[in-house]
Design a protein around this ligand. Sequence first.
Ligand code: PLP
Length: 286
Amino acid sequence: MSRIVYVNGEYLPEAEAKISVFDRGFLMADGVYEVTSVLDGKLVDFDGHAKRLDRSLTELDMANPVTMDDLLAIHRELILKNDLKEGGIYLQITRGAPADRDFAFPDPAETPSSIVLFTQEKNLANAPAAQTGISVISIDDLRWARRDIKTVQLLYPSMGKMMAKKAGADDAWMVEDGLVTEGTSNNAYIVKGGKIITRQLSNDILHGITRAAVLRLAKEAQMEVEERGFTIEEAKESDEAFVTSATTFVQPVVRIDEAEVGEGKPGRIALRLREIYIDEARKKAI
Ligand code: PLP
């Protein structure tokens, strides 16, 4: 299947889309991204993703080449052009392509940011992993210290995913100073005695858009939430565990390293949160 993608103002067949070899995204991982999920051909929590994008750009002193209204229009146009019903839209903005490679940032007046968007078709609401649950291994968190900025520096998370694969698991939870930070591409949670526990927001983790929605929905459903760090040992002894992200929603975790979590099957609270989340996402999608 050949997609129509968006590159710097143009909609093009994917094979014709081009970015310069001098692009700082390519040379320096000097770029930020967002992934917004699509359900029933509509965008889930576009506003949340647009706001976080704005924050990532501001933190890195990088210019946004489009207005937020244009960004919404581009997302919608890509959904239409690719007839996307379910999946996600990947968006990347980099500090553009200066005349030569240089550590110093180029002058934004001379080097506009680059922007790329493309669609990804994926079964989200009925993903098989939500029924079976996933297994995770624990690994050291060796990423940089500004994980609150959604940058395209994804080498260590990719290595973590490969370590998990080699160990016969699905994903990795990263641990720093004895506490779980997050999954390679998701926020991590445990449930003990009915209480949902997840690490508090700081520069140590990405401020998940799904995390914000799920914690709000949990509180609205009178579930108890505690935002604090937890150890891998505590996670192994918890009743349930799960992860959240824009494209997996709420996904149960049934194994951590060699230990089964709870009864080794998706937990009641995780499945309930998944149901409530998808229900609301469908209703509020634009
Ligand atoms: N944490 C990390 C490291 C991620 O890469 C992601 C998503 O890509 C998340 C958390 C979840 O964020 P969101 O719910 O906004 O997709």
